[in-house]
Design a protein around this ligand. Structure first.
Ligand code: ASP
Length: 307
């Protein structure tokens, strides 16, 4: 069998052992393993990179521990608005949504857009109408409610402060997955509730192809997490692909250049997961921690949180 590889993340930020209880750490690792196993089984069975990243992200969206799908953070007006994107490295087709409010699994909606629409990027009511047409599940507002997220938001709601979900007392985050399948195809998927107390209708890097999400069979697949405004302006995901394509960097070199040098100078906190066309994996981050996991042919699965 050719090389297969999968990496996932559940957000990056100020995540330290001191901020964690043993129970919580166990719960995070179990949720990450659950998503990693699900995606990897798809690849082992000969499934596509796109199917693997979609399923891994659905698992993470369904867990209230992460800031995506169930458990998404609150916007300035006390609602949930979710962004997501998926991209196929073989066809370079992509699907993305911004600001959707009641979609249970936004990543499934992005997949429907990739498969069935000539458009790439949809938002608001149009995206929701499209979701209805393709039988994507909706949930009432209460489904997305999480008591901790509500508390986080209450603390800052009367200010102009908006915070990365994982830079507060408990740490959660955006989710993502990247994969290489047995046919040599790459895929990337990212899903988020954004940042706590973000202005309503604010859009982060997650759904922007080339910023938070990107896949190209010639180079790599990338899913980012961190302070989206910086990731948008640094065009992070595409920058890594370009360093590989035009300058011949390895995946690791390109990731280090962008995440540990360029983004740091820029002031952009966060990290990303990346896989290249032969199955090398890189998981760089410039924050204290990043919820992450990976597995590749002939290697043990890894799930980690801290540096
Ligand atoms: N990048 C996301 C955003 O800015 C947040 C995160 O990664 O947690 O919306």
């Amino acid at each position: 069998m050719s090389n297969i590889a999968l990496a996932i993340h559940g957000g990056a930020g100020t995540i330290t052992p001191a901020s964690m209880t043993p129970e919580l750490e166990k719960a995070y690792k179990a949720a990450l393993s659950h998503a990693l196993d699900a995606g990897y089984q798809v690849l082992e069975a000969g499934g596509s990179a796109l199917d693997a990243v979609e399923l891994a992200v659905v698992r993470l969206e369904d867990s209230p521990l992460f800031n995506a799908g169930k458990g998404s953070v609150f916007t300035k007006d006390g609602k949930h608005e979710m962004d997501a994107a998926i991209m196929c490295g073989k066809t370079m087709q992509a699907g993305a949504v911004a600001g959707v409010r009641s979609i249970r699994n936004p990543i499934q909606l992005t997949r429907a857009i990739l498969e069935h629409s000539d458009h790439v990027f949809m938002s608001g009511y149009g995206a929701e109408e499209f979701a209805r047409k393709y039988d994507i599940s909706f949930e009432p507002e209460e489904y997305f409610y999480d008591a901790h997220r509500y508390k986080q938001w209450r603390e800052v709601r009367d200010t102009d402060v908006f915070i990365l979900d994982h830079t507060h007392d408990r740490k959660f985050g955006t989710v993502g997955a990247v994969a290489l399948d047995a046919e040599g195809n790459l895929g990337a998927a990212t899903s988020t509730g954004g940042m706590t107390n973000k202005n309503y209708n604010r859009i982060g890097d997650t759904p922007i192809i080339g910023a938070g999400t990107y896949a190209n069979n010639a180079t790599c697949a990338i899913s980012c997490t961190g302070h989206g405004e910086f990731f948008i302006r640094a065009v992070v995901a595409y920058d890594i692909s370009c360093l590989m394509e035009y300058k011949g960097y390895t995946l690791q070199e390109a990731c280090e250049q962008v995440v540990l040098d360029k983004l740091v100078k820029f002031g952009g906190e966060g990290g990303l997961i990346a896989v290249d066309k032969v199955g090398n994996i890189a998981l760089p981050f410039n924050s204290e921690g990043m919820y992450r996991g990976c597995r590749a042919s002939g290697k043990e699965a890894l799930v980690a949180i801290y540096k």
